[in-house]
Ligand binder design. Sequence first.
Ligand code: F6P
Length: 356
Amino acid sequence: MAHRVGILTAGGDCPGLNATIRGVARALYQKIPGIQIVGIVDGFRGLIEGESHEMSPSDFSGILTRGGTILGTARTPYKKMKVVENDVDKVASMKKNYKKMDLDCLFVLGGNGTHKTANLLSEEGLHVIGLPKTIDNDIWGTDVTFGFHTAVDLGTEVVDRIHTTACSHKRVMVIEIMGNKTGWLTLYTGIAGGADCILIPEIPFDPKKVVKALERRADRGHGFSIITVAEGAYDVSEAKLKKKERAEKRAAAGEVTITNRLAKQIAEANFDTRVVVPGHYLRGGSPSSYDRALASTFGVYAADLYSRGIFGVTVAQRNNKVIHNLLSEVAGKTKTVPPEDQMIFTARSLGISFGD
Ligand code: F6P
């Protein structure tokens, strides 16, 4: 019987999705001649609504370097997956459409939320193989996710360019880097870009200590400073609050992130201060050579898992070796930056302040 597999990309996009899709497809075509690949449109939305199309080898040509995802993506939050809305039972619909599409397996490319839904489908009896994407690098059980290093490169370019204008104007530049729950991207970008202060959710900061660090730099004759702050960073007073309370307080103050408040506190200490938010720029465009190679390796490995009949797992890399973890082990966990991480040690040893 001919093999038929589905593939979808879910959650926020990132560079390297197409390179991974291509890796999966090319390896499958080589291993299993005649295999039919079905592209599911806009992530789990397409699976819920039954929107898909049969793909051919030419669809996977010329996409190694292309940003975004040829399949489209959407955010369909895990917490709503089991909620019946507009009479649609999403889990039942996904199971029904998997059957209707006559799939032997579903390749799911996504981040933390996606892995939770992938696990749910696996527990419901579908054959699922996950692939770890995200610029946040926060998927449990893998040292690296595809998309992360491209975002570090893009973030570093932003910091480099901000550096020169900061220097000309003798300003403090506060650069907000994506990463709502974890600080990997802010940490790596800060180190690679030579930031003076790095603020991440894992280390709540004291604004007074940030100002002190800037004053110490000014005393040493440096006219400007660079701060990279994660969009999910918070200060020591907010650290005492529950996540919900923090969000409510910020909403009441018209704040989403802490960046503008911090910039104001720095300006009040007599530093000429500006804020830069590269935002989704960090998720756009072509993947770096590192991510192209990683995405291809992960894609090929996922195809191999399929040919070996290994399901309910997601691809990972640990200590330079590509491996797979059980979806049930990964789902619901977040890989945060440990306080003893080598890069934290590196930053502190370089004299970079975490505001703690
Ligand atoms: O998870 C990737 C990410 O880019 C986060 O860093 C960021 O918090 C979030 O997605 C932004 O989501 P959206 O694209 O839905 O605005």
